[in-house]
Design a protein around this ligand. Structure first.
Ligand code: ZN
Length: 389
């Protein structure tokens, strides 16, 4: 590994410890600002101010993605590309959720502290870790607070950041929880709303007319019977259903939400085509009209476990005595992975109750989480500059 010198590793660890108190303060400050997916503006403004207060050149796009630059030895990434480190700004919590953040000696608790406020706080202090450790990255590092990662955000933030910057050569996505986890398999998804419409009528007087709920139920049964490959793991879930008017009305309308996932883009494509075909055929229910609308699409892909960026991620954890584990998940890293750009998603600390209002993170591992990001970023930058990625 390029960065294997014990002195450099020790200097990065010391620097990470030094910025940890500020990172924790900022985690609480960031978590206290509401940022439901699609409504992140207030948090974008806060994060832009934080970058500016650090003296970093920074810009915000129309979606609310905030991108700052940590200058490297090769400005603009040279011809080898720059490294993007992405931390999503949005949370799963609706705007009206009380954002009470509590702190004890060993924990920080409150909605969104780990997912993903601590990651956003870390990217605002990463340049200081480098400076304190006497490091300058080999290529420019772009750090973001980006929108649209959760729920139906459809990864629109990172898509926009990357399409506006074709020179990005590698990506590290950050999630606050799961220190030690290296996500190198991008679980792709297709999400649909299927709607059924019929003529309606009185349950007794008009009996015999087609019923939208019963028609939709038959279609769902057909979808449920589609055989799915176990490898590559491919799944189908109807997560929500609604419809009808009253108990004695032939339901004129019904709809459901369908989530299809796979680690393999071809398997996902095949499954979504089959779902679309079955829906178009109307589930063999004469008199009911079905419509299918795409409400979400995340691309799938794999970075091989023995590829340089995954090995570097494992090395950075090993240098900090953290056992790496490798997994498949749906994160901002899906976008670069599907585009063939080396990328991983890594965690920063331990904690629990993710996506709940009693979410918490442990304070003690945060310094290691920060050191891990810095070591990996330096190693990936050097590999990019050496065209060894
Ligand atoms: Zn997250």
């Amino acid at each position: 590994m390029i960065l294997a010198s014990p002195e450099r590793i020790a200097a990065v660890r010391t620097a990470a410890h030094a910025v940890t108190p500020t990172v924790l303060d900022r985690t609480a400050e960031i978590a206290a600002v509401a940022s439901p997916t699609g409504d992140e503006a207030a948090k974008s403004t806060l994060v832009e101010q934080l970058f500016q207060s650090e003296g970093l050149a920074c810009e915000q796009d129309d979606l609310g993605d905030v991108v700052a630059t940590i200058p490297g030895h090769l400005p603009g990434g040279g011809s080898v590309g720059s490294l993007l480190i992405a931390a999503h700004l949005d949370t799963v919590f609706p705007r009206e959720t009380p954002l009470t953040i509590t702190r004890s000696e060993d924990r920080l608790a409150g909605p969104g502290v780990g997912d993903n406020s601590v990651a956003v706080a870390v990217v605002t202090k990463l340049h200081e870790v480098f400076a304190r450790a006497g490091e300058r990255p080999a290529v420019d590092i772009l750090v973001t607070g980006n929108v649209g990662e959760e729920g139906l955000g459809n990864l629109r933030g990172i898509r926009e950041v990357m399409s506006a910057r074709p020179g990005i050569g590698a990506v590290i996505a950050l999630e606050g929880h799961n220190l030690g986890r290296v996500t190198h398999v991008a679980v792709g998804s297709r999400r649909y709303r299927i709607s059924a419409q019929g003529p309606g009528g009185h349950s007794w007087g008009d009996f015999g007319r087609p019923n939208a709920i019963q028609g939709l139920a038959k279609l769902i049964a057909e979808l449920d019977a589609i055989p799915l490959p176990r490898s590559p793991k491919t799944t189908l879930n109807v997560g929500h259903i609604e419809g009808g008017v009253s108990i004695n009305t032939i339901a004129p309308s019904a709809s459901c939400l369908l989530d299809l996932r796979s680690t393999d883009e071809t398997a996902l494509h095949r499954l979504s085509e089959r779902v679309t075909r079955l829906t178009a055929r109307g589930g063999r229910n004469n008199g009911i009209t079905f419509a299918i609308d795409t409400i979400g699409e995340r691309p799938a892909g794999v970075v091989p476990v023995d590829s340089p960026i995954v090995r570097m991620a494992a090395w950075a954890l090993g240098a900090l005595d953290v056992e790496p584990s490798f997994d498949a998940s749906s994160t901002d890293a899906n976008v670069p992975i599907a585009a063939g750009i080396p990328a991983v998603c890594i965690g920063l600390t331990t904690g629990g109750n993710v996506h709940r209002t009693d979410e918490f993170i442990d304070v003690a591992p945060v310094a290691s989480g920060i050191a891990q990001v810095a070591l990996l970023a330096l190693a990936v930058s050097e590999a990019l500059a050496a065209r060894a990625l």
